[in-house]
Design a protein around this ligand. Structure first.
Ligand SMILES: [Zn+2]
Length: 368
């Protein structure tokens, strides 16, 4: 279970003891959560963020889009600034020293997704996706063997194309792949450093990641196979029917925002857009599906499909997808995830009333 403990609550009043009785094995979260787990005989995993920190709050640390505008995304900075990364690794080192934990799980080590921007006019600002082209990223790209100008030109081409300008998008494909490859190599670099840092404190600690599902991971630079041998636990975030407007990583929200972004491509018909979306994500979407229906929620089968796609890419690692605790079909959601090849199921996030209502079902699942 993720996020069991409210940091303000005394640990004896939170759900850890109830979870233990029901058959839960582990809690993932901050210090309070870790304490609650240990006090109640559960395994404790510490969760940590990535590109944030108290010294990086002014705008100069923000990611820059193709037009040089600063963009806020997921309360994060530019994803490659070395000061931010060094600070993150120092935090990871400190967390890895917490008493009694089994491992550390990193969240948010990626580039901006279609749903990562701030909410503007009732939708996540899509411009945040077109990052990061700050001077630090451009330099880094050059050193890594990319042509940063070509990369930026291609991303700007895509931006214009999606804003209804007459752009021959096929001419930019090579540059767009390079942009995605830059996202990949930069993100992998930090995630491997994260794993090394955890193991340097204690080689017995498990390393884990909250990772975008196989339908979205490539867009944000998170690649399962790059992390083979470095990550012991993969937790794909398979949220299929998240209700809030802002839902980074949530499949229904991300895909609806991506489809909304594609509406600007004037030369595409509605069914073309669905096909592009299916091609980009590997999900089979039907012509009948539109932004509104996708946003409402994806079929429960997506849990099995996404788990199974993650399973193929994570041989030898523990696969523990994190699914919505308030899924209206919780029992089926649990079964689909296990059918897909999960070793364990993680839930986002602890809610007392759901636990009360579903205790019997969860207990049956845990002990069967
Ligand atoms: Zn940058």
């Amino acid at each position: 279970m993720y996020g069991c403990a409210d940091e303000k609550q005394p640990s004896e009043t939170i759900g850890a003891s109830k979870l233990r009785k029901i058959g839960f094995e582990a809690l993932v979260g901050g210090k309070k959560c870790v304490e609650a787990a240990r006090e109640n005989g559960l395994d404790a995993y510490a969760a940590c963020g990535a590109y944030r920190g108290p010294d990086f709050r002014d705008d100069s640390w923000l990611a820059q889009d193709v037009h040089g505008r600063r963009q806020r995304w997921f309360s994060s900075t530019c994803p490659t600034r070395k000061e931010v990364r060094a600070y993150n690794l120092s935090v990871v080192k400190e967390i890895a020293g917490w008493k009694g934990i089994k491992g550390v799980i990193i969240d948010g080590a990626r580039f901006a997704s279609p749903s990562s921007g701030e909410i503007k006019d009732g939708i996540a600002d899509p411009d945040a996706f077109f990052t990061c082209f700050c001077p630090a990223c451009m330099n880094k790209a050059r050193k890594m063997g990319f042509d940063p100008v070509a990369m930026q030109k291609a991303a700007a081409g895509l931006y214009d194309y999606l804003h209804g300008m007459p752009v021959r998008i096929e001419r930019h494909m090579e540059g767009l792949y390079e942009w995605m490859e830059f996202r990949r190599l930069s993100t992998t670099e930090h995630l491997l450093d994260f794993a090394k840092t955890v193991k340097s404190v204690n080689p017995d600690l498990k390393t884990g990641i909250f990772i975008f599902t196989p339908s979205l991971n490539k867009l944000v630079g998170q690649h399962y196979r790059d992390l083979a041998g470095a990550m012991d636990i993969f937790s794909p975030m398979i949220y299929r029917c998240y209700k809030e407007i802002s839902g980074p990583a949530c499949l229904n929200v991300e895909l609806a925002d991506l489809l909304a972004m594609l509406q600007g491509a004037k030369d595409l018909t509605d069914s073309d857009r669905i096909r592009v979306l299916s091609g980009l994500t590997g999900l089979v979407l039907s012509d009948g599906e539109d932004t509104a229906s996708i946003r409402k929620g994806l079929d429960i089968e997506v849990l099995r499909e996404e788990t199974s796609r993650s399973r193929v890419q994570t041989p030898g690692a523990v696969l523990a997808p994190i699914i919505e605790f308030d899924d209206p079909q919780l029992e089926e959601a649990l079964n689909k995830t296990l059918e897909g090849g999960a070793d364990a199921v993680n839930f986002f996030a602890y809610q007392d009333d759901i636990l009360e209502a579903q205790a019997q079902l969860l207990q049956k699942a845990a002990f069967s």
